[in-house]
Design a protein around this ligand. Structure first.
Ligand SMILES: NC(=O)c1ccc[n+]([C@@H]2O[C@H](COP(=O)([O-])OP(=O)(O)OC[C@H]3O[C@@H](n4cnc5c(N)ncnc54)[C@H](O)[C@@H]3O)[C@@H](O)[C@H]2O)c1
Length: 299
């Protein structure tokens, strides 16, 4: 594992209480692994019981520290979120960090995605992060905290997903201003193009809507594809250096560079300026598009 190559981050988050949504698979699973390695207690809030149980068993046996606590939940359901919050406060007495990673990914043209899927996307991709923020903010104002969002950028045939992910950054913008005087840090982190099962399925739908093959779509982005472990480890290590990102957006890659865990150029210079399909290149390019618009003075 990447983090094990450097002893620098062992116990960097010792006994921090982290709520990681959607940590049963993909990037979230890797983030859970890295967070647990760094000593954090990680509550994986995940809808899929098989994935959540596997993540808990695998990571706990790997590190022998029992740090991962799987909690099955449908984040689209506010009552279940209430119960999750009560569970966390009862068992751990506080929450230090929220990593909003869970997502549903309905793809297709605006008119092709059912309104039920639009609603579900709103509920999981935006409403759940809002609810978690509302429920844990009062406690964090007293004990300190970090709230990590996971925004994305807009694009054709992705609107039912991307609109609510993009809105996470607006949420982060507003929150950063509102809690500027509180001991709370909030920022966004994006993984880049990571070929998880969910991503590849989404690519298939978007590519076919564009009239190109999935292979062609992937070929266009292959140069900027990020390994799933890098993506998850980047989420995790960004938390350690959270102050650096307060009110900003970073990427997994940049977070690992900043942490000295990988070598390379800063993200802006390694991202290609152009791809064959120019609009595709921007979909996963996180560098400049989402600089937070924190006004120096109230409007
Ligand atoms: N893979 C990429 O290229 C990419 C690019 C940009 C952003 N992202 C973002 O990174 C994050 C992780 O992506 P991934 O590719 O690992 O996806 P993934 O589908 O592998 O992981 C998402 C997890 O969320 C869980 N989940 C879905 N609905 C839920 C619900 N209602 N309640 C609780 N859990 C639920 C899923 O079961 C899954 O385990 C997502 O927020 C995604 O939008 C991914």
């Amino acid at each position: 594992m990447l983090l094990e190559q450097s002893k620098k981050y062992t116990d960097a988050l010792l006994n921090k209480i982290v709520l990681l949504t959607g940590g049963g698979a993909g990037i979230g699973f890797e983030a859970a692994r890295a967070l647990s390695y760094m000593g954090a207690k990680v509550i994986i809030a995940e809808i899929d019981a098989a994935k959540g149980e596997y993540a808990q068993a695998y990571i706990n046996s790997k590190f022998g520290n029992n740090n991962v606590d799987f909690y099955q939940i449908n984040l689209a359901d506010e009552k279940q979120i209430d119960t999750l919050c009560a569970y966390i406060l009862d068992k751990y007495t506080r929450l230090d960090i929220i990593v909003n990673n869970a997502a549903v990914v309905p793809m297709g043209a605006v008119e092709a995605v059912s309104i039920a899927d639009w609603d579900l996307s709103y509920a999981v991709n935006l409403r759940a992060p809002v609810l978690l923020t509302q429920k844990f903010l009062p406690g964090m104002k007293k004990t300190g905290g970090i709230i990590v969002f996971n925004p994305s950028s807009p694009g054709a045939y992705m609107s039912a997903y991307e609109i609510f992910k993009t809105a996470q950054m607006e949420l982060c913008n507003a929150l950063a201003e509102e809690i500027a005087d509180a001991p709370i840090i909030t920022y966004g982190v994006t993984p880049g193009f990571v070929k998880t099962g969910t991503c590849l399925k989404a690519v298939g739908i978007v590519a076919s809507s564009m009239g190109i093959t999935a292979d062609k779509f992937i070929e266009t982005l292959d140069d900027v594809a990020v390994d799933v472990e890098i993506a998850g480890a980047g989420y995790a290590v960004s938390v350690v250096n959270a102050e650096k990102y307060n009110g900003q957006i970073t990427s997994s890659y940049q977070a690992l560079l900043d942490a000295g865990l990988i070598e390379g150029k800063t993200e802006t210079s390694v991202r290609p300026a152009q791809a064959d399909y120019a609009h595709l290149s921007t979909l996963f390019n996180t560098s400049n598009a989402y600089t937070l618009r924190i006004s120096p003075t109230p409007l």
